[in-house]
Design a protein around this ligand. Structure first.
Ligand code: SAH
Ligand code: F3S
Length: 481
C-alpha cells in the first residue's frame, strides 16, 4: 500500500500511512446480483482509506461485512446461515465486529439488530460513505445504523478496490436504484430511486481499468437502458431541465457509443435490460461497434399478457417478439438470455403454456429461472394472494428449465464449425491443460492452452459443445490484441 509523504506547515515531513493506517483486517463477502459485488468494491475502497486491508480469512478478521440480497426468501435465508457461521467464529475471535450491507439491511433496518445479536452495524446501499462514522460508533461499543436512501448518490467519485479480481474483467456501475416497480420485486424498496452516474466519471474509471490491463467491462445497473445523464438528478425531473441540459443529455445508447470509442480495444457488456426500456438506438449502437458484445440479457418473466400486466411489466408478448425480431435483424448472431418467474399469483396452466410458447419463439441461449417468492411490502404481496401451490410452481419451473436446456443445446450447437474470438480468462475448471474464456455471445469456450495467456483475445475454432460450454482449438491471435 502506498505511503504519502507530506510537508506540513512547519516544514516537518510527515509520513501519512494513508492506506496502511490501522492495520485492521476486513473480511467482506457478497451475495446476490452483480451490483452487490460491485458495491463491495466501493465499500472496500472507502474502508481502505480508513486503513483497512482485506483478508480472505474470516477467522483473522477485525471487521466482517456481508453484502446481502433480498430478492427471494431463499437469498435471505442464505445470509441468515452465514450470520450463524460468524457467530461460531466470534466464539474464537471475540474482537470481531459484524456489519450487514445491501438490500436486507435496507429492508429489515433496525429489526436486524434486534433479531440477530451478532450484528453490530446495519448499512443500506446508499449510505456506504457514512461507514467511517458508523464504525467509530461501533468502536465505542454502540450498535450503528444508516439506511437512508439517496436521490443523488452514485459513488461516481470513488475508485473501487477490485476484489477477487482476475485482472481482466471488471464491473462498472452506471445507474443505481430502479423506478420500474415490477409488482413482485423488492429492489425499488431496497435500492431506492433510479439515478445515473456522470458519464465523465464512468469513462475515467474505464480508462483507468484499461491502463491496468483490464480487457472487458460490464456496465451495470438494475435497468441500464434507462440511463440518462443531464447534469444529475432523477430521471423524472428531466422535463424541468434547461434546454442546454436537454441538448447535451447522454442516454444509454450515447453512453455505449462514448465507452466504445474511449477505449476501442476494450470489450463491453451491459446488464440488465428491461424490454420496455431497450431502444432501437441501443441495438444500432451495438451493431455499429465491434467491441460491444453481441449479447443481451433481456428478462421477460412471463409469456402471458395477463401476467405481464399483473407484474406491471409495461410491454406485451407481441411487443417483446417485435423487439426480439429487431435484435435478430440488426445483430443476426446476437445471443439473448432470460429471467423467468413461474407461479406468479393467479398464474394458470394456460399462462404457463404462454411462457413455454414464448420461449419456443425466442430460443434463448441461456436463462435464469425462479419460482415466485412473495416479498413483503411489494404490490404483489399487498394485492395478490400467493395462490399457486408450491408443487405446481416447482413442476412449472422444471418444465421451463427443461425447455431451456433443449434450446441452450440447439444454440451452442449452432456455433460448431465457426471461428470465434475468445477473451482468455482462466484455467478451465475441468482441465489444467485448457483455457476458459467467453465469446462475444457470453458463452464459455474452452480450448488447449498452447502458448496463449489470460487477457489475450484468441480466435478459436469451435469443434464440440455441451448445452453450456463450447470446446475448440486456437487458430491464431485475434486482430484485437
Ligand atoms: N433489473 C434487475 C432484476 C433484478 S432481480 C437486474 O439487474 O438483474 C433478478 C431477477 O430475479 C428478476 O429478473 C426476476 O426474474 C427474479 N425475481 C425478482 N423478484 C422475484 C420474486 N419475488 N420471486 C422470484 N423471482 C424474482
Ligand atoms: Fe426489479 Fe423490475 Fe426494477 S425486476 S429491479 S423493479 S426492472
Amino acid at each position: 500500500m502506498e505511503k504519502i509523504i507530506d510537508e506540513n506547515k512547519q516544514g516537518e515531513t510527515l509520513i501519512l500511512d494513508k492506506k496502511v493506517g490501522n492495520g485492521k483486517k476486513l473480511f467482506i463477502e457478497s451475495y446476490g446480483c452483480q451490483m452487490n459485488f460491485s458495491d463491495s468494491e466501493i465499500v472496500a475502497s472507502i474502508l481502505a482509506d480508513q486503513g483497512y486491508n482485506t483478508t480472505q480469512s474470516l477467522e483473522d478478521a477485525d471487521l466482517v461485512l456481508v453484502n446481502t440480497c433480498s430478492i427471494r426468501d431463499k437469498a435471505e435465508q442464505t445470509v441468515r446461515k452465514r450470520l450463524a457461521k460468524y457467530n461460531a467464529v466470534k466464539q474464537i475471535n471475540p474482537k470481531m465486529k459484524v456489519g450487514v450491507l445491501g438490500c436486507m439491511a435496507e429492508r429489515l433496518k433496525s429489526k436486524f439488530l434486534e433479531e440477530e445479536k451478532i450484528v453490530d452495524l446495519v448499512v443500506g446501499p446508499d449510505a456506504y460513505k457514512d461507514l467511517p462514522n458508523l464504525l467509530a460508533e461501533v468502536e465505542d461499543g454502540r450498535d450503528a445504523i444508516n439506511v437512508i436512501l439517496s436521490k443523488e448518490e452514485t459513488y461516481g467519485d470513488i475508485a473501487p478496490v477490485r476484489l477477487n479480481s482476475n485482472g481482466i474483467t471488471a464491473f462498472v456501475s452506471i445507474t443505481r436504484g430502479c423506478d420500474n416497480m415490477c409488482t413482485f420485486c423488492v429492489v425499488p424498496f431496497t435500492r431506492g430511486r433510479e439515478r445515473s452516474r456522470d458519464p465523465q466519471s464512468i469513462i475515467e474509471e474505464i480508462n483507468d481499468l484499461w491502463s491496468k490491463g483490464f480487457k472487458e467491462v460490464t456496465l451495470l445497473g438494475q435497468n441500464v437502458d434507462s440511463f440518462l445523464w443531464y447534469g444529475g438528478g432523477l430521471k423524472k425531473d428531466f422535463t424541468k431541465a434547461s434546454d442546454l441540459q436537454k441538448a447535451t443529455a447522454v442516454d444509454f445508447s450515447k453512453l455505449l457509443d462514448m465507452c466504445a470509442k474511449a477505449q476501442p480495444k476494450m470489450r463491453y457488456r451491459f446488464s440488465t435490460s428491461n424490454p420496455q426500456d431497450l431502444t432501437l438506438d441501443v441495438i444500432r449502437t451495438m451493431a455499429k461497434h465491434d467491441n460491444i458484445c453481441n449479447y443481451i440479457h433481456l428478462p421477460v418473466q412471463s409469456g402471458s399478457n395477463r401476467i405481464l400486466k399483473e407484474m406491471n411489466r409495461l410491454h406485451t408478448r407481441e411487443e417483446y417478439f417485435e423487439l426480439i425480431d429487431n435484435i435478430k435483424t440488426l445483430i443476426p448472431d446476437c445471443s439473448i438470455s432470460q429471467d423467468m418467474i413461474t407461479g406468479f399469483p393467479t398464474e394458470t396452466e394456460e399462462d404457463h403454456q404462454d411462457t413455454l410458447s414464448l420461449m419456443e419463439y425466442v430460443k434463448y441461449d441461456f436463462g435464469f429461472m425462479f419460482a415466485y417468492s412473495e416479498r413483503p411490502g411489494t404490490m404483489a404481496a399487498r394485492k395478490l394472494e400467493d395462490d399457486v401451490p408450491a408443487d405446481v410452481k416447482k413442476r412449472r419451473l422444471n418444465d421451463i428449465i427443461q425447455l431451456q436446456q433443449i434450446h441452450a443445446l440447439e444454440r451452442t450447437q449452432a456455433h460448431i464449425g465457426k471461428v470465434e474470438e475468445v477473451l482468455v480468462e482462466k484455467t478451465s475448471k475441468r482441465s489444467d491443460a485448457h483455457w476458459s474464456g467467453r465469446n462475444s455471445q457470453n458463452t464459455v469456450v474452452v480450448f488447449p492452452k498452447e502458448n496463449y495467456k489470460p487477457g489475450e483475445f484468441v480466435d478459436v475454432k469451435i469443434i464440440d459443445c455441451t448445452s453450456a460450454t463450447l470446446m475448440g482449438e486456437a487458430v491464431a491471435y485475434s486482430k484485437n490484441n
